[in-house]
Design a binder for this molecule. Structure first.
Ligand code: ZN
Length: 74
């Protein structure tokens, strides 16, 4: 009977560890996807400017994209 209780306790501990690991993996995957989205957003608002000849942040105005440094339309 005692061995059965120990077995049940170990089984419960195993499942708790499994659930914790599962939640941790989901949390990490969500975090990674969020970080990737942030990088894509940054990329969207940065473009090579032919006037400044370097990558500059881009501003949006009336549906058009402009260089935030010199105002060249992209
Ligand atoms: Zn520029």
């Amino acid at each position: 009977m005692t061995y059965f209780l120990i077995f049940i306790a170990l089984l419960i501990a195993f499942f708790i560890a499994l659930v914790t690991a599962f939640i941790t993996v989901i949390y990490l995957v969500c975090k990674m996807e969020l970080a990737e989205q942030e990088e894509e957003d940054q990329w969207l608002f940065k473009a090579h400017c032919f006037e400044c000849e370097i990558e500059m942040p881009v501003k949006e105005k009336n549906g058009s994209l402009y260089c935030s440094n010199c105002g060249l339309r992209h």
